[in-house]
Design a binder for this molecule. Structure first.
Ligand SMILES: [Zn+2]
Length: 357
């Protein structure tokens, strides 16, 4: 098994060459957005380039030398000219305005070692609107020799005013044949999960290590059983309590995306458990309401960092799945009759209505 954590990822090479080229010409942009879906190693690429910028004399391939004092400090996380901002609690939680203010203070200081000051914002998609607005002025009038690297899943989710001031470095999943080959030496179990991971090798590996395939198949089986009337949504929901709402929603989105694509013939998921159920499901459901249902799921996902009643959310989404899959329009009120019987009430300012009491 190869130590993937420290390995150079080959699909980074084209963008790496661009970044190194900028550095050699002394034309490093003030703000660089490293964008791409989960599982391509965006953070790793940003950190790698930060090391290059902070190193005294990078190697011929553009990487930091790993021998100088500055490289040592960066590896130890204590380089005074390096600053990183992450969500404070939950990795998927917000990046707040106070964090951005501290980041701006750092960028305004002068360099301790006389070179670049490099800041990392990861994931920049998680900035609140206020946080993003507070960053704008700094990007409009960037301090000299300061480089801000924004790691983003979806570049389009950043405000247009920020986007126009960033150099976009877009990472793409490697070709499927290449990804399969790469995984063969590292994590063969992940090969069948590549399509589920959107072609991102690291994400497919994470799925394999977390046993996602089995749960995905179980969810597909539940979706089919509910559509066919073999299983009551409330009973199906009980089996999912404790899995974690975030993972459950993610699996549901994956299943819906597969259904929306409906291209099973060329699909890479040939040996994934649940494929037969997915094909049957594809024939059973009315696709016309799938989009509305997906929107509902996205709306819940957006508020996942708030305390939600897991059981009621899953029950309600299963109930609404049954309605949508049969081709009926979903009512505007996101909380079904069943869910409102519990201890949850829809309150003003509560976009979903599943908040924990
Ligand atoms: Zn060095």
């Amino acid at each position: 098994m190869i130590a993937v954590q420290t390995e150079r990822l080959p699909w980074h090479q084209p963008v790496w060459d661009q970044l190194v080229g900028c550095h050699r010409r002394g034309r490093v942009p003030h703000a660089i957005a490293v964008a791409g879906i989960a599982g391509l190693g965006k953070s790793r690429l940003a950190t790698r380039f930060a090391q290059t910028l902070l190193c005294v004399s990078p190697r011929s391939d553009g990487d930091g030398c790993s021998r100088c004092r500055r490289c040592d400090l960066q590896a130890a996380g204590s380089h005074p000219d390096h600053y990183a901002v992450y969500p404070e609690s939950d990795p998927s939680g917000p990046i707040k305005i106070d964090q951005i203010r501290r980041l701006i203070e750092f960028l305004m200081q002068s360099s301790q070692y006389g070179g670049y000051r490099v800041a990392l914002l990861d994931p920049a998609d998680n900035m609140t609107l206020a946080a993003a607005s507070s960053l704008l002025k700094t990007l409009e009038e960037p301090p000299a020799a300061a480089v801000l690297m924004l790691v983003v899943r979806q570049f389009s989710r950043l405000p247009a005013t920020l986007r126009s001031r960033c150099r976009l470095v877009q990472l793409q999943p490697p070709p499927a044949t290449f990804a399969r080959e790469w995984l063969t030496e590292r994590c063969p179990d992940a090969i069948g999960l590549l399509a589920l991971a959107g072609g991102a090798p690291l994400r497919a590996m994470a799925y394999a290590q977390a046993g996602v395939e089995k749960r995905y198949a179980a969810l597909i089986a539940d979706l089919l059983a509910i559509v066919e009337g073999r299983r009551a949504p409330v009973l199906a929901a009980q089996d999912w309590i404790g899995v974690g709402l975030r993972e459950w929603i993610e699996l549901l989105q994956l299943a819906l995306a597969e259904l929306a694509r409906a291209v099973f013939a060329e699909c890479e998921t040939a040996h994934i458990a649940g494929r037969a159920d997915l094909q049957t499901l594809n024939q059973r459901i009315d696709h016309s309401c799938l989009h509305d249902y997906m929107e509902e799921v996205v709306a819940i996902r957006r508020v996942l960092d708030q305390p939600l009643n897991e059981q009621l959310v899953i029950e309600d989404l299963f109930i609404r799945w049954r309605i949508a899959a049969r081709g009926a329009r979903l009512a505007n009120d996101r909380v079904s009759g069943h869910a409102t019987k519990g201890a949850v009430r829809r309150t003003p300012g509560d976009p979903v209505g599943f908040h924990q009491r």
